[in-house]
Ligand binder design. Structure first.
Ligand code: NAD
Length: 306
């Protein structure tokens, strides 16, 4: 049986790990939060008390961590001798990092992995928590073709689509471009809905009209930010759960770094980064990113209570 070591059981990692269990893989799990480990253990995974224990005698290692420093720290360690996971994983193991991180970080870790005879892929995902739960994620993968084919059955147990974007780091570049666009159309959608409401329209009616018109987009169709328009989206539960403002802000920061690096003009991406930064500064960093709607509402509007 193929055994997988899974590290990082947050909003995304926990449901992804659940789907690996359902697919019949042997699973060893670790997270800094013991309750997250206990939840997976109750479903049949083997609980590890350290990351090193989770990667003992496995064929595949998967990580799903917040950002670049977390991933570099996990695999490369503190700089002290041999305290990163790369020094502890056996050479024939495939490493798949599904976190959204800087392309430079992904390339650095993959290159150090290669020096140790390890194969690594960057495989950030799209599809959100709902996609992670339903097993319908899209994996955007960077690395060698042979490794991508090796990873395919495992990734397809958690998703529906797999794109090979190119060499190491390419998965991250594609993911960053996608999330910059996502932030821009989420802000645009919230802005249009607020303008309609401020001018006497019902947000449900306006949403229906725009869905059949040229303003149609993913945020409007599947993730409406205006409370009361859709069920089963973060706006229907006071923006709890989903994809945190702080993580979106991180991704927009990565897009800005990439823009600087490549001398690209990203005026909308720059503005989106500032708006999500403001949202975070106003204490809403842990809300879902569709809560950007709250930034646009009038002070006299009924604000959803938390
Ligand atoms: P999260 O904060 O909910 O989960 C991260 C988990 O990693 C936490 O449980 C944390 O305890 C754990 N962790 C951190 N450092 C660790 C370490 N050293 N060892 C073990 N566990 C550690 O974040 P998330 O929403 O699950 O997102 C994870 C990644 O996926 C991020 O890079 C994010 O940008 C990306 N992503 C998120 C979504 C979404 O909708 N939430 C969608 C697509 C991509």
């Amino acid at each position: 049986m193929i055994k997988i070591g899974f590290i990082g059981l947050g909003h995304m990692g926990a449901p992804m790990a659940m789907n690996l269990l359902k697919a019949g893989y042997g699973l060893q799990v670790f997270d800094l939060v013991p309750e997250a480990v206990a939840q997976l253990a109750a479903a049949g995974a083997q609980a590890a008390t350290t990351a090193a224990e989770a990667v003992q005698d496995v064929n595949v290692v998967i990580s799903m961590l917040p950002s670049s420093p977390h991933v570099e720290r996990l695999y490369l360690g503190t700089g002290a001798e041999e305290d990163g996971l790369l020094a502890m994983i056996r050479p024939d193991t495939l490493i798949i990092d599904c976190s959204t991180i800087a392309p430079e970080s992904a390339r650095k870790v993959a290159s150090l992995a290669r020096q140790r005879g390890l194969t690594m892929l960057d495989a950030p995902v799209s599809g959100g928590v709902a996609g992670a739960e339903a097993g319908t994620l899209t994996f955007i993968v960077g690395g060698a073709s042979t490794a991508v084919e090796q990873a395919r059955p495992v990734l397809m147990s958690m998703g529906k689509n797999l794109f090979h974007a190119g060499d190491h780091g390419a998965g991250q570049v594609a993911k960053i471009c996608n999330n910059m666009l996502l932030a821009i159309h989420m802000i645009g959608t919230a802005e249009a809905l607020q303008l309609g409401v401020n001018n006497g329209l019902d947000p449900k009616v306006l949403s229906e009209i725009m869905l059949k018109s040229s303003g149609r987009n993913w945020s409007l169709e599947l993730y409406n930010p205006y409370p009361g328009v859709m069920e089963n989206v973060p706006a229907a539960r006071h923006y709890e759960g989903g994809f945190m403002v702080d993580l979106m802000s991180k991704d927009l920061g990565l897009a800005q770094e990439a823009a600087l690096h490549s001398k690209s003009a990203t005026p909308m991406g720059t503005l989106a980064k500032s708006l999500y930064e403001l949202q975070s500064l106003s204490g809403k960093g842990s809300l879902d990113f569709s809560s950007i709607q709250l930034l646009l509402r009038k002070a006299t509007d009924e604000v959803p209570s938390r």
